[in-house]
Design a protein around this ligand. Structure first.
Ligand code: PMP
Length: 366
């Protein structure tokens, strides 16, 4: 037999696959606070639309996702021609990388930025460049210092996962203004709906007023539709054109289009989720700080909690302790944060149970 010569493109085997948050523990009822999903679930209207879509599964979906793009455009006052939908914002982030990056190009992301950026940059054959953060926050000057003539994309999660920190719109504008015109700035605003800060904007205006800024959003977080895989990008016309040329022609399913459009129409449901977060984010932060642990101030629906490095009292020990009690958090070692755990804000009962379990862990210290 001839020797096996089949090989992926250079770089593909350098990629470390994304590891999702754990979701089940064998044999026990679990509290899953590991993937930043909403404790309120999706809008009942979205669930009804999803079920109704089951009646026409033999049909291909509308390849333009017209109803979904129209619903998004109505909600945010946008031109639907500038909206591209994807199977989660993951797909859009990947499409953007494939459209704008190739071998020899560089893509920048921040030190503790969302891990998918590295994967899509490498998958496109380009070189990842990491900009250090300052106190777990994006540092615009550090990004700018890493721009070369090879830079083609800057990925910025705002707010960032897993830190929960954000960059003010003034700083985002400063970054855009200082980046060369041939660099695409990708504003990943997966958690935008949760942010309650006067100096935050997701980037709609910046996309509308520049040729080289794109914003991605998701239905996986506050809309409660992570299982359906729906995301959208608001793009300058030329970027939308590029993404539409390379995306799968039917990249959203019939149920996704229907449920996403219905979810967009049910704004009271989103407001309820915001109120829930406004109540429990500060509560959880305060209760955990009272236990003597350090919490990075978050504007999103999760918090990053830092543990001492002493064996037995560290993040790994806490993770194991909580798992034995059925509580799943997210280890963030892959993000360069081995001493921290990321906790999604849950239901009231889940949050209280979590704090009790953390208190037991801390109280177990000698
Ligand atoms: N961006 C950020 C910052 C995220 O945290 C996530 C979810 N982990 C995504 C994008 C992707 O979300 P989805 O593909 O479900 O839209």
């Amino acid at each position: 037999m001839a020797p096996l010569t089949l090989k992926p493109r250079p770089g593909v085997l350098d990629i470390e696959a994304y590891v999702p948050g754990e979701s089940h523990l064998p044999g026990i009822k679990t509290i899953k606070l590991s993937s930043n999903e909403t404790p309120l679930g999706p809008s009942p209207k979205a669930v009804a639309a999803f079920s109704a879509a089951g009646a026409e599964l033999e049909r291909y979906p509308d390849g333009q996702a017209t109803a979904l793009r129209a619903a998004i455009a109505r909600r945010f006052g946008l031109n639907p021609q500038h909206i591209v939908c994807g199977a989660g914002s993951d797909e859009l982030i990947s499409l953007i990388a494939h459209a704008y990056l190739g071998p020899g190009d560089e893509g920048i992301y921040t030190e503790h930025g969302f891990l998918l950026y590295r994967i899509v940059i490498l998958a496109a054959g380009a070189t990842p460049v990491v900009a250090p953060e300052t106190d777990l926050r994006t540092d615009v000057d550090a990004i700018l210092a890493r721009v070369t003539e090879r830079t083609r994309i800057v990925f910025l999660a705002n707010p960032n996962n897993p830190t929960g920190t954000y960059l003010s719109i003034a700083e985002v504008r400063r970054l855009r203004a200082a980046l060369p015109g041939n660099v695409l700035l990708v504003l990943d605003a997966a958690y935008a709906e949760y942010v309650r800060r006067n100096d935050y904007e997701a980037g709609l205006e910046l996309v509308a007023t520049t040729e080289n800024t794109v914003m991605t959003r998701t239905f996986s977080k506050i809309f409660g539709l992570a299982g359906l895989r729906i995301g959208w990008a608001y793009c300058p016309a030329a970027v939308a054109d590029a993404l539409n040329r390379i995306r799968g022609p039917f990249n959203l399913s019939v149920p996704s289009i229907a449920a996403g459009a219905a979810a967009m129409e049910d704004w009271p449901h989103i407001e309820a989720a915001v109120r829930h977060n406004e109540e429990w984010l500060p509560w959880l932060t305060g209760e955990i700080e009272k236990l003597g642990l350090v919490v990075t101030p978050s504007v999103a629906n999760f918090i990053l909690v830092h543990f001492p490095s002493t064996p037995g009292h560290d993040a790994a020990a806490c993770d194991a302790f909580l798992k034995e009690r059925g509580i799943i958090l997210r280890r963030v070692t892959g993000y360069g944060l081995p001493g921290a755990l990321r906790i999604t804000i849950g239901t009231e009962a889940e949050n209280r149970q979590l704090v009790d379990a953390l208190a037991a862990f801390v109280g177990a210290r000698p």
